[in-house]
Design a protein around this ligand. Sequence first.
Ligand SMILES: *[C@@H]1O[C@H](CO)[C@@H](O)[C@H](O)[C@H]1NC(C)=O
Ligand SMILES: *[C@@H]1O[C@H](CO)[C@@H](O)[C@H](O)[C@H]1NC(C)=O
Length: 457
Amino acid sequence: MVLWAVGCILLALLTWWFWQPQAPPGRATDGKRQPRRRGPAEEEHKAAGVPLGEERGSPVGGCRLICKPSALAQALVKSFCRSAHLETKRWSWKRWPNLQTAVQLLWPPDRPLEFSRDHLQMADEGIVALDWVSGPVDGGRKGTDAVVLLVVPNATGAISRNVQQLCRLALRQGYHPVIFNRRGHNGCPLTTPRLQPFGDPDDLKEAVAYIRFRHPTRTLFAASEGSGSGLLLSYLGECGSSSYLCGAACISPILKAQDWFEADLPWLYEWSLLLPQKRNVSRYTEALEKVVEMDRVLGSSSLRAFEAALFCPQRRQKMSWETYWASNDPLRDVDEVAVPVLCLCSADDPVRGAPEDTIPWELFQSNPFFFLLLSPHGGHCGFLGKDPKGSWGNAVVLEYLQTLAEFLRGEERVKDKPRRRTATAQHRCGRRRGPLRNRGAALPGLDLFSWQRSYTR
Ligand SMILES: *[C@@H]1O[C@H](CO)[C@@H](O)[C@H](O)[C@H]1NC(C)=O
Ligand SMILES: *[C@@H]1O[C@H](CO)[C@@H](O)[C@H](O)[C@H]1NC(C)=O
């Protein structure tokens, strides 16, 4: 009887939580500050998704595109303005950010993906897996020369409903999606006592090199979900112009990652993120015991404590939290990024927190490779429109890649006219011919550099 009552109360609480219409209170950067009170003008701005005192950007549908003016930015504004997905009246779930988040992250996917898996052995004998998605195909087309879309799931490595929908939509539009699975994630075996830290791109580098080896002539784009942006942006920063990618998109990225771990999430999110990770890691207790204190990992009561226990060892070699972030912050090498990156963020993202504190505005205002598409609604990786079977966020990301591909082709034609193809032409999108060159040889020549800068003018 008592159990029933407790159960009912819990259920009521949960329902109330997910249905509460307003945006969550601001999470402060230092994790201690109380949510700020807002005046009416501020509320109005916030409703429009524009934080007070920040760059307003260009309106595109119900969203704003915030970036440095450039030829590519113009092309994107034009394309987004034509996009039906960005019209707010089509978003029937806009008042429920928590519900959108829960549906896309926690609700079971409709149909499992069909894929073939490649296991790759890394230099240190650890194993990662690439899942080449091939179905379910609902009326799709796939050329033999399809553009490859590398999908990086969020940092917990689980394949969410959102990732599945992205893969299926991409497949239908003629892409060849491939999902990157980190060590020990999503059924990939853990063969060395090492999991992948938040922003360590070494494994992803080897995986991309392998994709290039298998498909040397295909264009490669990448998209990440939620905290998976930490890995993708670290990769783009570390590899700079030899990343082999032609463009990337991050859906609801966690850009200020250290702050995110340090601030407290609403308890329900904190625990629903923490518990599944603990459960999965506990399977490797014996294997990991040699290098990490598993008691501390499994006893941790916050995401920060969990991350610290897992990746900042305190036994033989000690590592501090600050040192960990010095080599894992996704934005540590952001000035090196040399391909266009679209970040699709929602102002009411309950996992990331209030936009004023959690979005690095200056990055989008000063770096010509970064584009912020800020939506007033959408939750975390939610972006549900009329049809809960698909997020408009995914559709917009694919539209962006399409526009980018067209733009790059246009640039290439202009560039190709006056002179003959040089060696650097091999690096251009979709035109890469000839044998795969090793990374040393792939370092950018001056020529390539000027080409890559040309569309940020
Ligand atoms: C990552 O995705 C999984 C599966 O959908 C979800 O349960 C988890 O909450 C997500 N984690 C974050 C940090 O978004
Ligand atoms: C955790 O384990 C469950 C069940 O075995 C699995 O479905 C899920 O994908 C795992 N999550 C990760 C991150 O590997």
